[in-house]
Design a protein around this ligand. Structure first.
Ligand SMILES: [Zn+2]
Length: 258
């Protein structure tokens, strides 16, 4: 095989890998794609499909390590000393998303390296399908206060915290859960005659039969994509509902030794 043939074979292989979007969390390789790798696969995809150059859109969807500057902002805020995942375990995602009016916005989110590629693919597919996500800012902008972030309908993932009233670390505290459009997709639980609603301002969106923007439903694209990638949806839970919430199932975490 000469060099040119070899090169074409490599391009086709990359193209096929890029097309393998149905990989679940279980099958996914443990490593994270680097920015360079992502850009390269974008270039190869463009070449394989006959396009001249990588689109600016592909370059907007990036995974990077946590920089010194970013970690300075996170330390003592979303990341705390007792956090079992290290800075090296986490990744910053940079994406584009569209709000309900169709405006294109830049978004950032921090997740565990194990799910970075999956979440990036999901967010890119949602963007390409005009699925509305209103805001995607780092929780540092809300002093890592989940309630404030949710009330502002901010989509986010990593934020070290314990599950209220349980003492157990939330999967958000490990970067293994994502909340989408949380104000319109609240958490609701009844226990011992008490109602727990998060965010507290989400009363108007508890009626899941009503029609309103940003509502996550079982058969909508957001829900389908997260499930295809192996995530569990809080809207499927019986004892409580957490319509905004997608997480790595316990059994997958166990396989990962977490
Ligand atoms: Zn959540």
């Amino acid at each position: 095989m000469n060099l040119i043939t070899c090169h074409i074979m490599e391009e086709m292989e990359s193209f096929i890998m890029k097309k393998e979007k149905k990989q679940t969390l279980r099958k996914r390789w443990g490593c994270c794609h680097t920015i360079a790798g992502l850009l390269l696969s974008g270039v190869l995809l463009s070449m394989a499909s006959g396009a001249a150059v990588t689109s600016a859109q592909d370059e907007a969807f990036l995974i990077s390590e946590i920089s010194d500057d970013l970690f300075l902002r996170m330390n003592g805020s979303s990341w705390k000393e007792e956090c079992p995942v290290s800075r090296e375990d986490l990744r910053l995602l940079h994406v584009l998303h569209k709000d309900a009016e169709g405006n294109t916005l830049e978004g950032e989110m921090i997740v565990h390296e194990r799910i970075a590629e999956d979440v990036l693919q999901i967010l890119q597919e949602l963007y390409e399908a005009d699925y509305p996500i209103e805001k995607m800012r780092l929780v540092e902008e809300y002093d890592a206060e989940d309630e404030l972030s949710m009330e502002d309908n901010n989509t986010s993932a990593f934020n070290f915290r314990y599950i209220p009233r349980s003492g157990k670390i939330s999967k958000h505290g490990l970067g293994l859960a994502v909340d989408i459009n949380p104000l319109y997709n609240p958490y609701i639980r009844y226990a011992d005659g008490t109602r727990y609603l998060e965010p507290l301002t989400a009363e108007a969106w508890l009626d899941r039969e009503a029609e309103f923007p940003y509502k996550i439903e079982e058969d909508d694209l957001c829900c389908r994509l997260f499930k295809e990638h192996g995530f569990e949806w809080g809207g499927d839970w019986i004892n409580l509902k957490d319509y905004q919430h997608f997480e790595v199932p316990d059994e997958v975490m166990a396989e990962w030794g977490m």
